[in-house]
Write a protein that binds this ligand. Structure first.
Ligand code: FE
Ligand code: ZN
Ligand code: FE
Length: 169
C-alpha cells in the first residue's frame, strides 16, 4: 500500500471506518440480546438504526469520491468486538454483564470518535466541505451515544455493586 498524500490517508481512514461500521452492525444485535436492563437494550437498538445511517453517509462520500468503500479490514474494531463477545460468554450476573456491556460499547464509541474526528479534519483540509459535514454528523451521533451510555451507567453500575441480579429500572 502506497500512501503518497493526505488524500490517500483520508480514503484509507474512510475505508477503515466502513469496515468498522459493518462489524458494529453485526455486533450490536448480540449486545442487545445479551443485555437485561431495558435502558441498555434501548440504547443498543437506537444506535443500530443510527449505525445503518452512518454506513449510508460513508457510501455517499465514496460515491462523491468515485471510489469503492471496500478493501480494508478494521483490526482495531475486530479486537473491540472480540472483547465484547468474550464478555457475553462469561457466566455473569445480569446487572454486572449490563455494566460490562456499557463499558464495551463506550470503548467502541471512543474508537469511532477518534476515527471520525480524524477524517472530518482531513476532509476540511482537502476542501471536501460536504463530506466534512457528513462526517461531523456521524461524529456528533457517536458522541451523543457515548454520553447516553455514561448517563445510563450511573444507575447500571450501582445495580452491579450488589450484583444480586435484580432489575432496577
Ligand atoms: Fe458508528
Ligand atoms: Zn480501524
Ligand atoms: Fe457508534
Amino acid at each position: 500500500m502506497e500512501l503518497a498524500s493526505l488524500h490517500e490517508l483520508y480514503v484509507e481512514g474512510l475505508r477503515d471506518l466502513y469496515s468498522a461500521e459493518h462489524q458494529i452492525l453485526k455486533a450490536l444485535p448480540k449486545l442487545h440480546k445479551g443485555a437485561t436492563n431495558p435502558k441498555v437494550k434501548d440504547v443498543f437498538a437506537t444506535h443500530l438504526a443510527q449505525t445503518e445511517q452512518q454506513v449510508v453517509r460513508l457510501e455517499q462520500i465514496f460515491e462523491e469520491l468515485g471510489m469503492s468503500p471496500k478493501g480494508k479490514h478494521c483490526k482495531g474494531m475486530e479486537g473491540l468486538v472480540a472483547e465484547g463477545a468474550d464478555l457475553l460468554k462469561e457466566d455473569a450476573n445480569p446487572d454486572v454483564l449490563d455494566a460490562g456491556l456499557i463499558s464495551s460499547a463506550q470503548h467502541v464509541e471512543h474508537y469511532e470518535m477518534a476515527g471520525y474526528g480524524t477524517v472530518r479534519t482531513y476532509a476540511q483540509l482537502l476542501g471536501f466541505a460536504k463530506q466534512a459535514e457528513l462526517l461531523q454528523t456521524t461524529l456528533d451521533e457517536e458522541q451523543a451515544a457515548d454520553l447516553i451510555l455514561t448517563e445510563i451507567a450511573l444507575s447500571v453500575n450501582v445495580d452491579a455493586i450488589v450484583g444480586d441480579g435484580e432489575m432496577v429500572e
